[in-house]
Design a protein around this ligand. Structure first.
Ligand code: G3I
Length: 342
């Protein structure tokens, strides 16, 4: 068994995720939230890695064709540096949440104009954060939602099938050291999507396109198939890539019928958290990049708006109390040291 202490006891024992895990443990944050003192304290104590939930996306940085606003991302980097935390960059290219000016003009650009703009954006941003972020999600969610080939986004239509590879090359030209990730959802739950991504990986590796890792977002529910999750871990790690569980949250109220987080649901969530961590921790050291939670407290999760119901998907509750899911994370670390049944 792992360290069996829950709730306030964990605070008194001064156990923290960043001390317990042998790999970085991260959280997605916003500048507004980390400006609050209790929030900043918990984030600083618990986590060794930060991702900007939003402010390093083009929507926030790319203010017009060749103008960039790094102020919010910079504030987050300064916060992290003061706490010896690494920063993961999210994300250089995404078909969603583009700045308004780009939404309004993108259809009017010819291919060469859009390619030049996107290349300049990627290179400027990567150069700006060189030495300040350890890694980037270069392109986010470029594969079709159901996993059947590439997503029919405006980037695919205008820039062609190979645009993801070129984005990786542009990023690498601007920073030879930063780790480059492809990031997507449902990799652990949709075998077709996993296959499409593996085909892309194999193609990149055959052609020498720079790619250091895969971000498996892990927006999952209690019905996650552990076999599918394990297969994704195995297939990606066998290709020598790093794996980032990049946006972890565990929904427990898919049908919206729950009005509270019952002890039974909290227990199921704890068990799944433990198993996710246990299997991740069994990967060879070189394949473990980080596990990042998509928010700190249940009440701030994007899932409430997205699903229309509370989902209690994160490690902490509204009152900054550690949930059973937190204990599940610790249990997963512990059992990995003694279990070899892969
Ligand atoms: O900043 C405005 C604020 O001024 C305004 O008061 C408020 C009112 O709704 O909206 C704020 O912007 C919202 C922003 O989050 C910050 O809270 C946007 O409307 C909202 O669309 C945006 O949602 C984010 C979403 O990505 C789209 O960018 C979520 O917070 C964020 O969790 C989510 O994250 C994505 C990952 O990047 C990629 N993977 C999936 C994941 C979940 O969708």
């Amino acid at each position: 068994m792992a360290v069996v202490v829950i709730g306030n006891q964990l605070h008194t024992e001064k156990i923290t995720l960043r001390e317990q895990a042998s790999f970085p443990v991260g959280v997605a944050v916003s500048p507004k939230r980390i400006a609050q003192s209790e929030y900043a304290k918990v984030v600083g104590q618990e986590f060794s890695s930060l991702t900007a939930e939003n402010v390093m996306k083009p929507q926030y940085i790319w203010t017009s064709e060749r103008n960039y606003d790094f102020s919010k991302g910079d504030s987050l980097v300064a916060f992290a540096q003061a706490r010896q935390q690494q920063v993961h960059g999210h994300t250089l290219v995404w078909h969603l949440m583009q700045p308004d000016w780009l939404k309004n003009t993108i259809e009017s650009y010819d291919s060469a104009t859009l390619e030049n703009l996107l290349r300049d954006y990627i290179q400027t941003v990567v150069k700006h954060y060189r030495g300040k972020v350890v890694s980037w999600d270069v392109v986010n969610e470029a594969v079709a939602s159901n996993g059947d080939g590439m997503r029919e986004s405006v980037y695919l239509q205008k820039l062609g099938d190979d645009y993801v590879a070129r984005c990786h090359q542009y990023a690498r030209q601007s920073d030879p050291d930063v780790l480059l990730f492809y990031n997507d959802y449902s990799i652990a739950s949709n075998p077709k999507k996993l296959n499409t991504i593996l085909e892309m990986v194999d193609d990149f590796q055959a052609r020498g396109i720079p790619l250091d890792g895969i971000g498996m977002q892990m927006h999952v529910g209690l019905d996650l198939s552990l076999d599918d999750y394990q297969k994704a871990l195995d297939e990606i790690s066998q290709r020598g890539l790093k794996i980032h569980l990049s946006e972890v949250d565990i929904k427990v109220n898919s049908n919206g019928k729950q009005t509270t987080l019952t002890p039974e649901l909290a227990e199921s969530q704890r068990e799944l958290m433990s198993e996710i961590v246990r299997r991740y921790n069994q990967l060879p050291e070189e394949n473990k990049f980080a596990i990042t939670f998509w928010g700190l407290r249940d009440n701030e999760s994007w899932l409430t708006n997205h699903t229309g119901f509370p989902q209690w998907p994160l490690l902490y509750d509204h009152d900054f109390q550690r949930k059973s899911m937190y204990q599940g994370f610790l249990d997963g670390l512990e059992t990995a040291q003694t279990t070899v049944d892969k």
